[in-house]
Design a protein around this ligand. Structure first.
Ligand SMILES: Nc1ncnc2c1ncn2[C@@H]1O[C@H](COP(=O)(O)OP(=O)(O)OP(=O)(O)O)[C@@H](O)[C@H]1O
Ligand SMILES: [Mg+2]
Length: 260
């Protein structure tokens, strides 16, 4: 099997739909029989709990793998969903910035761990809402970045900083890093603000923005409390259907890249 595509899903602004996009895009791709791994890099552990699993403490987790204490292969959990696996978060991730502050080459720790994996099609890195060592490790390991942007007030806040960080990472550590796409989330068709955010983001980023827009849909925040992706909670909901559309669009973009 060839090397996996590794998506860092990142935006330093909080609550914009990063975790929701990771969990539901990953699930939609797994339904298309792509073998998927989610790596939960957020101390909050929302991707882990959204899939009905527990955030680890002291055991095998993204933290222990990052620190070189466990091998990644032996630390993955089965989500119970065919083709979908997760490396769960640990609260210990909270200490990573301090622990690694003076450690040489610490930007490459995740990349090193991932080099041992070759049996996945796609790996999703769920980043915390901050540009610290965890996001840095994600951007250094990734082949592509997906940026969720919430169709709300101050939507672009923080995106300029993220773009600067991506440029810095490209220059210093990961020259082939690409932005796969910008995903507009929590769109409210009745709100003029939502419409104007879509217009602004599209006029600024052009074709980088995915055609698929994820609307605000109540099934999406309900699903994690049942420990399920929205596709398994309510497949017919507009939220689930849009993430299926987004998955198809991501696959099409992959094909376009392969065909040059
Ligand atoms: N399309 C949507 N419709 C309604 N609610 C949504 C939608 N997308 C996400 N949410 C809800 O918004 C909240 C924030 O989403 P999410 O946790 O995915 O954001 P995040 O960027 O990962 O946040 P953080 O920065 O804290 O990691 C969650 O409660 C989630 O269920
Ligand atoms: Mg999150």
């Amino acid at each position: 099997m060839s090397k996996p595509t590794i998506f860092a899903v990142s935006n330093q602004k909080g609550g914009v739909g990063k975790t929701t996009t990771v969990v539901n895009l990953a699930t939609a791709l797994s339904a298309l029989r792509k073998k998927i791994l989610i790596i939960d890099l957020d101390p909050q552990g929302n991707a882990t709990t959204s899939l009905g699993l527990k955030r680890q403490m002291g055991g095998k987790s993204s933290y222990s793998v990052l620190m070189g204490r466990h091998k990644i292969q032996e630390s993955l959990l089965d989500t119970g969903i065919p083709y979908l696996y997760i490396l769960p978060a640990s609260q210990e991730l909270l200490g990573v910035d301090l622990e690694l502050a003076t450690v040489d080459g610490c930007q490459f720790f995740l990349k090193k761990a991932l080099a041992e994996l070759n049996d996945f099609d796609y790996i999703f890195l769920d980043c915390p809402p901050a540009v610290g060592m965890l996001t840095m490790n994600a951007l250094v390991s990734a082949t592509d970045v997906i940026i969720p942007i919430q169709c709300e007030y101050l939507a672009l806040e923080g995106v300029a900083d993220l773009l600067k960080t991506i440029e810095k990472v490209k220059k210093n550590f990961n020259p082939d890093l690409k932005i796969k796409g910008i995903c507009l989330t929590m769109y409210d068709a009745r709100s003029n603000l939502s419409k104007s955010v879509v217009q602004d983001v599209r006029s600024y980023f052009g074709s980088l923005v995915f055609d698929t827009i994820v609307p605000r849909n109540v099934r999406i925040p309900e699903a994690p409390s049942h420990g399920k992706p929205v596709m398994l909670y309510d497949f017919k909901s507009v939220g689930a259907q849009r993430y299926v559309m987004l998955a198809k669009e991501v696959l099409n973009r992959e094909k376009e890249v392969q065909n040059g």
